[in-house]
Write a protein that binds this ligand. Structure first.
Ligand code: SF4
Ligand code: SF4
Length: 329
């Protein structure tokens, strides 16, 4: 359903409100394909491209028809109800040709962690679906010139290391010159096939740690794997790029009342530096954020500033994921 959004009118010919994912993105979710992996204005609801997807009924022509339909509405200032207030919407002269340059493989079929904040904990049905395969779809789109070599390819939503086609996917992407591959992992299992892409700077690996001690880790993740994760981080960080940096980040999701202390954050920053990482990534727990976004306590802002300042001092690039980024800037 499309709704009129007064903020999304553009009077200039060829200019309209849209986002990169509506234009050229695909997300493989359990049993469906969506435009993006963000929930625009409504929690857990997406702009869907195909329901009841099982890996065998992929239809790119139909997907492009839906994207065209979105464009037609957006040119009239109408936005899909699930995208209505999304911060990714912007007015631009979008390239309306039909191609794909962003793919998110978000399988949600299995994970080796049990993070308290995980989408799957609040939505246990998500893990009920069987894994389907996307390798042949990706190959086919690439061979037809529909999937661009400069595409952003992301893995997340469950543990990619546990996918039986993960290594084949990574090999295919690297062998065919893809340079912007982003993998989100729990870090509990080491994935050797990532080493080549890390060294070449074509893969960025993000490992969710959220803590600086075994106790806090266990409280958040509900598995006792802090030491193995830190050991895997060190191993990944040894696959350095030519410039001497490791294209690996440890991510810290701030969970108020659990890990929102300067001490925990400082120890995490130091562990990252000692383990050879070159990036600092912060985010904030989604459910807490949704309930408190209009009343964020001052110590959260102070923590963010502190992490930024310490990242500069330690020489680790500072990055904020979208949710928390909107607080900072
Ligand atoms: S929710 Fe936002 S990012 Fe996703 S398709 Fe809609 S506008 Fe784009
Ligand atoms: S690592 Fe990711 S997918 Fe796995 S339980 Fe944690 S949040 Fe969920």
């Amino acid at each position: 359903m499309f709704v009129l959004n007064q903020n999304c009118f553009s009077n200039k010919e060829g200019i309209y409100y849209s986002c990169p994912w509506i234009e050229h993105g695909l997300v493989f979710f359990p049993s469906k394909i969506t435009m993006c992996c963000f929930c625009g204005s409504k929690k857990d609801e997406y702009a869907v491209l195909q329901e009841n997807f099982d890996g065998n009924n992929f239809n790119i022509e139909r997907i492009f028809e839906i994207k065209d339909k979105f464009r037609k509405f957006q040119k009239k200032g109408k936005i899909h109800v699930n995208c209505k207030n999304c911060l990714s919407l912007k007015s631009d002269a979008w390239d309306e040709r039909n191609y794909i340059d962003a793919v998110y493989i978000s399988h949600w079929t299995t994970c080796n962690s049990k993070c308290s904040y995980c989408f799957s904990i609040q939505n246990p049905d998500e893990f009920k679906f069987k894994q389907y395969h996307v390798l042949e779809i990706i190959k086919n789109l690439f061979e037809k010139g529909i999937l661009k070599r400069n595409s952003k390819i992301l893995f997340g939503g469950g543990e990619p290391a546990l996918l039986d086609e993960f290594e084949a996917l990574i090999d295919f992407l690297l062998d065919n010159g893809f340079q912007d591959i982003r993998v989100h992992s729990s870090g509990i299992s080491y994935i050797p096939c990532l080493e080549k892409g890390l060294k070449e700077g074509k893969i960025h690996l993000t490992i969710s740690v959220d803590s600086s001690s075994r106790e806090t880790y266990k409280k958040i993740k509900n598995v006792d794997c802090y030491d193995v994760v830190r050991s895997n981080i060190r191993k990944y960080a040894s696959s350095k790029m030519k410039n001497g940096e490791a294209n690996v980040s440890a991510k810290y999701i701030i969970i108020p009342s659990v890990n929102d202390t300067k001490e925990e954050l400082e120890n995490w920053l130091i562990s990252n530096k000692n383990d050879g990482l070159s990036y600092t990534i912060l985010d904030i727990e989604e459910n807490w954020y949704t309930q408190n976004k209009n009343n964020i306590p001052s110590h959260i802002y102070e923590l963010l500033k502190y992490a930024q300042q310490r990242s500069v001092e330690l020489g680790t690039h500072f990055e904020l994921y979208e949710r928390i980024g909107s607080l900072f800037y």
